[in-house]
Design a protein. Structure first.
Length: 95
């Protein structure tokens, strides 16, 4: 089960579970509200699909145009490998 938590007036977005195509629309609504530098905590994320990676890249590009960024934290080894193999590892600040 996928879960997304974003507290109002917070710069941290929490993602957990399996992030697949079925959750893209609901997540896009949250990502569309991001207008400042944001940290995305992937601590509980087990799976991420390519559509979601695309959404992250689009959000990154929009924020970069206004001098803001996305920081990714708490990635497990599987998610790190997905980012490396998709060659977007360098776009994000990953901790």
């Amino acid at each position: 089960m996928f879960q997304i938590d974003f507290e109002e007036n917070s710069s941290i977005l929490y993602l957990s579970g399996q992030f697949d195509h079925a959750k893209v629309r609901e997540t896009k609504e949250v990502f569309d509200k991001i207008n400042d530098t944001t940290t995305i905590d992937l601590n509980g994320l087990e799976f991420i699909c390519c559509g979601v990676i695309g959404m992250l890249v689009i959000t990154f590009s929009i924020l970069k145009q206004i001098g803001k960024y996305i920081h990714l934290i708490n990635l497990n080894d599987h998610i790190i490998n997905v980012f490396k193999f998709s060659n977007i590892y360098k776009l994000f600040s990953i901790k």
